[in-house]
Design a protein around this ligand. Structure first.
Ligand code: GDD
Ligand code: MN
Length: 382
């Protein structure tokens, strides 16, 4: 049974078989699977003008080499070996951009997707529908053998994903679908290359009037090797959801920067408490001892902020080696005014007889507000 969201689904007819299909197979360590997959694909695509584009991210198991050998005597097989880059979505986008066909499709290269529905996906995407999805969640489809944990994760991810889609479907997270090239090209600039969620991203970017059909299939188990859907990919999925919602107004890097800054205040305080406990004589902390402890706390907080921002907030442009040392120097200069404000205010309050912890906390916040105001005044003057 075919579940259709569109009333005018046209079946495959000879007249509709003219458009070329470009099938993308993204691969990372699939060298054992390709030799089984390609001959079967040849059979399934026999009556459809097509090309197969294997996009491999320089797999350590040399999938690209296996692919080149398999495609050596075949005009319909192309291999893109990308170096220095990783990512399923970006591999698919790159494959789509280099495709010749009017209909673009993507399928896992590990045997999990039932290739026998490819002709249906092709004809559906071609004959009026913008997108045709190989769906595990419409009647007749299934996720096959999944443990409870993966079931649960997939249900949560799917319901979150549906909140951001322009067009509602049952399986927005499927990695198996076809799309008309003109539709893809009209939104290619808006796509997000992060993570695994290329179909979801298409559904976020297409016009609301786009017709989508879901064709059921049963998700099987992998032939060889293991899944690359790592924890990192799951975090990227959450970041993606943030990017397409709140992130349109508050960039994720800014949010992360604020979180780091907030934690930095705690680091500052904790360091002060530790340092001052060494510097006090008996129960007494002198003004000099207080100032030294505050200076140590300021520098530790600066180191903490720089380190966490470098590896987390700005992970994509992370500084390493000498560049990191230079970056750290510049970061210290950028922090000088906030640090001076912090130091001056907390020392002053302490000298007035305030409780040291209160002086340190107020000093830290003065530093934060000072930095923010200065940035607003000089860098983002409105
Ligand atoms: N080029 C490239 N680069 N290909 C990759 C990368 C990458 O970084 N990561 C994974 N791939 C390829 C794999 O080699 C495989 O052919 C395909 O992309 C899917 O990766 P899997 O590791 O097999 O993913 P999965 O089976 O766990 O996840 C599938 O189901 C998800 C929904 O449950 C995929 O179809 C996902 O797209 C889908 O969202
Ligand atoms: Mn897979």
């Amino acid at each position: 049974m075919i579940f259709s969201q569109t009333p005018n689904y046209k079946p495959l007819t000879p007249a509709t078989l003219v458009a070329m299909l470009s099938l993308i197979l993204p691969t990372y360590n699939e060298s054992k699977n390709l030799p089984e997959l390609l001959p079967e694909l040849e059979e399934v695509l026999r009556d459809i003008p097509h090309e197969i584009i294997i996009v491999d991210d320089d797999s350590p198991d040399e999938t690209w080499r296996v692919a080149q050998e398999l495609g050596h005597d075949r005009d319909d097989v192309h291999v893109i070996r990308r170096v220095g880059r990783r990512g399923l979505s970006s591999a698919v986008i790159e494959g789509f951009l280099s495709a010749k066909g009017e209909v673009l499709a993507v399928m896992d290269a590990d045997g999990q997707h039932d290739m026998s529905i490819l002709p249906k996906l092709y004809s559906s995407a071609q004959s009026g529908n913008g997108i045709a999805i190989g769906s595990r969640y419409v009647a007749g489809g299934s996720v096959g053998e999944w443990d409870e944990r993966r079931h649960f994760m997939s249900r949560v991810a799917t319901s979150l994903a549906l909140k951001v889609c322009k067009v509602k479907v049952q399986d927005p997270m499927s990695g198996f679908f076809a799309v008309r090239k003109n539709l893809f090209q009209s939104i290619a600039n808006n796509l997000n290359p992060k993570g695994f969620k290329i179909l979801l991203d298409l559904l976020v970017c297409v016009p609301r009037s786009t017709e989508v059909e879901e064709i059921p299939f049963t998700f099987s188990t992998r032939l060889h090797g293991e899944s690359k859907l790592s924890r990192r990919v799951q975090i990227e999925f959450l970041e993606y959801l943030y990017d397409v919602t709140i992130g349109r107004y508050i960039p994720l890097t800014f949010l992360k920067y604020c979180i780091v800054g907030g934690l930095g205040v705690f680091v500052h305080l904790a360091t002060y408490i530790t340092a001052s406990s060494f510097l006090q004589e008996g129960d007494e902390l002198s003004l000099f001892g207080f100032r030294v402890a505050v200076l140590i706390a300021i520098e530790v907080a600066i180191i903490f902020n720089f380190y966490v921002n470098n590896v987390w907030t700005f992970a994509l442009s992370r500084l390493k080696g000498v560049a990191m040392l230079i970056g750290f120097g510049k970061y210290n200069i950028a922090c000088v005014f906030g640090a001076v404000a912090n130091y001056a205010v907390s020392s002053y309050l302490f000298s007035l007889g305030w409780l040291d912890i209160a002086a340190v906390v107020i000093g830290a916040f003065t530093g934060v507000v000072w930095n923010y105001t200065m940035s607003r005044f000089f860098a983002w003057k409105t």
